[in-house]
Design a protein around this ligand. Structure first.
Ligand code: AQP
Length: 326
């Protein structure tokens, strides 16, 4: 079984990324052959700082290894190191319609927040489709926010196969049972997000304990005492889910334990649970990030392995589309 997922090197990674991304990568690497990609080409679709992109790329490698990705077992690499990704995106653009891309909710949400809406932001899902399809992927561990992009990937692959002959495996998504969409602590109707989140509502993996305590203390709930998940209580629902994931207990058990007690104790217990959940990763991350030379070496080795696996798929794409190859 082939597993592929990508993660953007944009700034600090948050608790939503950790639950929707990292924990699933580590779990799925046990299921087969994993390819985990730092998708730097995606990060330039919104305004970015070149110096930051460079350091964030290496930093993210440290965080991926710190969370438990094993470089001996899973291929961890940087997207721009494997040229096939950019080429595949161009080819797949011809089997993706303008109408499909225009329907992507992430484009609408992010586009609304940008002063300059780049063409790259619009075509981003095509690049993502190529990322996944190049590796003949069976399973894509992602958070709920990427569900629509994965559906589009499946449509693009099916269309390519129909038009040019069987070339791609059709991938399935894998979403966390709990915590597939962690919400902002201050604005729980919005997902916790790097570009769209509030500063106090976004918990970073590398936040020190006192910062995590402060953020949970200020989390928006409602005026009641009921610790129950409900559509009209997104703040409480989110906290119950976070507590469930951080402690590895079912959300119903969290509700039973705290119902009727008020939110003060609940919030302070969640903060402690999240600190304990993230601390080993943060400490290991700090250790690994101190040796960028070693991280670069691991990423070079990863890119070599990834390039070898992606090359035959790209070649098949060119061939079936009728290109006269050199
Ligand atoms: N709030 C979330 N809850 C659960 N999973 C989430 N993911 C992102 N936000 C949440 C998952 O994290 C993985 C890596 O995401 P990414 O950093 O590559 O980019 P993203 O999905 O676009 O989300 P970000 O990081 O918050 O950036 P913004 O919102 O600024 O684009 C993915 O598997 C994602 O599903």
């Amino acid at each position: 079984m082939r597993i592929f997922s990508g993660i953007q090197p944009t700034g600090a990674k948050h608790l939503g990324n950790y639950i929707g991304g990292f924990t699933q990568y580590v779990a799925t690497q046990e299921l087969g052959e994993g390819f985990f990609c730092i998708v730097d080409l995606h990060s330039i679709t919104v305004e970015h700082d070149p110096a930051e992109l460079r350091t964030a790329t290496i930093d993210l490698a440290a965080m991926l290894f710190a969370s438990g990705l094993d470089p001996a077992r899973s291929t961890t690499f940087v997207q721009s190191h494997v040229h096939a990704h950019a080429e595949a995106a161009w080819l797949l653009g011809s089997v993706t319609s303008f109408g499909e891309l225009r329907r992507m909710t992430q484009f609408k949400d992010k586009g609304d927040k940008q002063e300059f809406v780049s063409a790259g932001l619009f075509t981003y899902p095509v690049l993502m489709a190529g990322d996944i399809l190049l590796y003949q992927t069976d399973l894509v561990p992602i958070g709920d926010d990427q569900r629509q992009h994965l559906e589009l990937t499946r449509d693009i692959a099916t269309r390519f196969n129909q038009r040019f002959g069987e070339t791609f495996r059709i991938p399935d998504g894998r979403y966390p049972e709990i915590g597939a969409r962690i919400m902002d602590l201050q604005e729980p109707e919005n997902k916790m997000s790097t570009t769209g989140g509030t500063p106090l509502g976004t918990v970073f993996v590398a936040d020190p304990p006192d910062v995590i305590r402060r953020k949970f203390k200020g989390a928006v709930t409602d005026s009641g005492h009921e610790v129950h998940r409900a559509a009209d209580k997104p703040g409480v629902t989110n906290l119950v889910e976070i507590m469930a994931v951080a402690t590895g207990t079912p959300p119903e058990a969290v509700e039973d334990r705290y119902d009727g007690q008020g939110y003060g104790q609940f919030k302070s217990d969640i903060a402690e649970a999240v600190i304990a959940f993230l601390e080993p990763v943060r400490l290991r991350y700090e250790e690994l990030a101190a040796d960028p030379g070693e991280l670069e070496r691991l990423l070079r080795a990863g890119a070599e392995k990834a390039a070898a696996v992606a090359a035959p798929t790209l070649e098949a794409m060119y061939d079936r589309m009728g290109f006269a190859r050199p």
